[in-house]
Design a protein around this ligand. Structure first.
Ligand SMILES: Nc1ncnc2c1ncn2[C@@H]1O[C@H](COP(=O)(O)OP(=O)(O)O)[C@@H](O)[C@H]1O
Ligand SMILES: [Mg+2]
Length: 258
């Protein structure tokens, strides 16, 4: 099984957004069984962005040895498989994030790790637990410099680097150019996600972009990245009706246990 960490130096760059969308696409459209893991224990946003607030088990329980990894994995009605972190402050007590690599050692599906930002203990735990690293930045110097640092740590830990995704590109003059980002980060760019208000709308609706608006500009980048990661061609576009039908099927399955 592959373990891919989505990493950035700064917060608010787009890690959780990318994790949700890749998790959905890889698992549901690219035949690549994947679970998204919320490794950002102190400020977990994965399940909030999917509208899930109550969990029987969480990564916190797994780290404390109170639940098995598979017991804490849950499936969202959209088909995103996830391992949530607890939203309760008290559940941070006696949790050692340093145990992350060992509890994620033998997963039964591929893992997409949604990391905490930076190179503190939490961020390093996700890099250490993964075999492959996908960096994400925005086209500004501070964000790219932070990715450079994370890249050096990944190199030291002998992780395979998939490359860097540039997020929120607006195409305005003051943004760094791709060549400048590659030079500064010392990493190759493997995808560019445009700034797209449809992403904000999809998150507000608690849906992956592909289900919210398959034709949104940013959806093509998510599909391209999922294709590169899984090594599978992009499937042909669904009609609006097919997409709707798929969502209803999945919701029905989870609501009625069919
Ligand atoms: N390409 C994009 N276009 C527009 N808004 C975006 C884009 N990527 C992310 N966002 C917005 O930025 C916010 C922060 O993204 P998030 O994925 O939570 O960052 P991180 O996990 O790195 O802290 C989200 O609320 C989302 O609405
Ligand atoms: Mg996040």
């Amino acid at each position: 099984m592959r373990k891919i960490a989505i990493v950035s130096g700064k917060g608010g760059i787009g890690k959780t957004t990318l994790a949700i969308n890749l998790g959905y696409l890889l698992h549901n459209k690219f035949n690549f069984d994947s679970t998204v893991v919320d490794c950002n224990l102190t400020t977990p946003h994965l399940s909030i962005n999917l509208g899930l607030y109550n969990h029987n088990h969480t990564l916190n329980d797994v780290l404390k040895g109170k639940a098995k990894l598979e017991e804490a994995i849950t499936e969202h009605p959209t088909g995103v498989k996830l391992l949530p972190a607890s939203l309760e402050l008290k559940d941070l007590e006696r949790v050692d994030i340093g145990n992350l690599p060992s509890v994620l050692q033998n997963p039964s599906s591929n893992l997409i790790l949604d990391s905490a930002p930076g190179i503190g203990r939490e961020g390093i735990a996700a890099i250490s637990a993964a075999d492959e690293i996908l960096f994400i930045t925005q086209p500004y110097t501070s964000a790219v410099v932070d990715v450079y640092k994370c890249g050096k740590i990944a190199e030291k830990l002998k992780k395979k680097v998939l490359g860097v995704v540039v997020n929120c590109r607006k195409g305005v003059k003051h943004e760094l150019k791709d060549s400048e980002i590659e030079q500064l980060a010392e990493l190759p760019i493997i995808g560019t996600i445009p700034y797209d208000i449809e992403i904000e709308r999809s998150l507000a609706s608690k849906l992956p972009l592909h289900l919210y608006n398959q034709r949104a500009k940013a959806n093509m980048t998510f599909c391209n990245l999922a294709s590169q990661i899984s090594g599978t061609k992009i499937p042909k576009k669904e009609s609006f009706f097919d997409g709707l039908l798929n969502l209803f099927r999945k919701e029905g399955k989870s609501l009625w246990g069919l």
